[in-house]
Design a binder for this molecule. Structure first.
Ligand SMILES: [Fe+2]
Ligand SMILES: [Fe+2]
Length: 151
């Protein structure tokens, strides 16, 4: 596989996740979304937070992740089908909106400000780390104000 920089890697993940959402494949959505959120929160966002340029956007993105994880947690519960469907479609809406914001607001700024070598290195780190993430891995509240629900 060719080298993908961090932004290309994440956009590729967004497209795959959108396919899973299109097929309403809940278990794939759940697994891939948890992994994606883990990669961003463990590797990508903390590095960006070192620069003040991205702080506001990243903290908002973190809150989007929290909402998505909260919905996933609720979807794991015992729900009547009509409620499950409503929650799943809300999760889809939130996730796609979040991807759009990352791709339209965050990524273009990163591409403008960060060095290509740095972006490639982070892309590689995420690619290598992905197979190690357990789909049930609980995200840690590293950022003040983050309220990570337990999955
Ligand atoms: Fe994200
Ligand atoms: Fe993302």
């Amino acid at each position: 596989m060719m080298v993908m920089n961090a932004v290309e890697f994440l956009i590729h993940e967004h497209r795959l996740l959108e396919e899973h959402f299109e097929k309403s494949d809940f278990s794939r959505c759940r697994e891939e979304l948890i992994k994606h959120v883990n990669l961003e929160e463990e590797i990508f966002y903390p590095r960006l937070l070192k620069s003040d340029l991205f702080q506001e956007t990243i903290l908002e993105a973190w809150e989007d992740h929290n909402l998505c994880m909260q919905l996933l947690q609720e979807l794991d519960g015992d729900l009547e089908e009509k409620f499950r469907q409503a929650k799943f479609s809300t999760l889809k809406k939130l996730t796609l909106e979040h991807f759009k914001e990352e791709e339209e607001k965050l990524f273009p700024t990163i591409l403008k400000k960060a060095s290509p070598a740095w972006l490639e290195e982070i892309g590689e780190v995420m690619k290598l780390h992905k197979p190690e993430i357990e789909a049930d891995h609980v995200l840690y509240p590293e950022i003040p104000g983050s309220h990570r629900p337990k999955l």
